[in-house]
Design a protein around this ligand. Structure first.
Ligand SMILES: [Zn+2]
Length: 149
């Protein structure tokens, strides 16, 4: 289900969705094995290549800044040596929280695909008019019901 927003044609790499989400779930498994909340994330480039992967490490690092999305963003920007990620897609197992969504929007990420809604902390960017000038470059955000495959 498409939740909306602008996306450039070359980022519509839907054929990589199963691959991306499979690897995000694998990362979530690593978090689970470490007694963390099981959330995993990967970022793919437009050719479907994994640039970075990460999982939630809030308990290990004693900080909420260790959400999987922020960690994978950090790895990708370091690896690519740039912060604009308009040609990248994030796959994450849970709907991003408002903190992560803020960072993702600032990164200009092209597309976000998440697996499960988060009624507790999930952020719906379409509710926030204060994204103001970024409204034309918001990521395409999609919900993928593939957790039971
Ligand atoms: Zn978060």
């Amino acid at each position: 289900m498409v939740k909306g927003f602008f996306v450039s044609d070359d980022i519509k790499n839907f054929k990589f969705d199963d691959f991306g989400m499979k690897h995000a779930l694998k990362q979530a498994g690593k978090a689970f094995a470490c007694d963390e909340v099981p959330i995993g994330a990967v970022i793919l480039n437009k050719d479907g290549k994994i640039i970075a992967r990460a999982y939630n490490q809030v308990e290990k690092k004693h900080t909420q800044l260790a959400h999987a999305e922020l960690q994978v963003l950090h790895k990708v920007t370091k690896k690519l040596e740039r912060w604009r990620l308009n040609d990248c897609t994030l796959y994450v197992t849970l709907q991003p929280c408002i903190m992560c969504m803020g960072a993702l929007i600032l990164s200009r990420i092209g597309r976000i695909v998440y697996a499960a809604n988060s009624p507790l902390f999930g952020c719906n960017v379409d509710k926030y008019e204060w994204f103001g000038i970024y409204k034309d470059s918001l990521p395409l955000i999609e919900f993928q019901e593939k957790m039971n495959r």
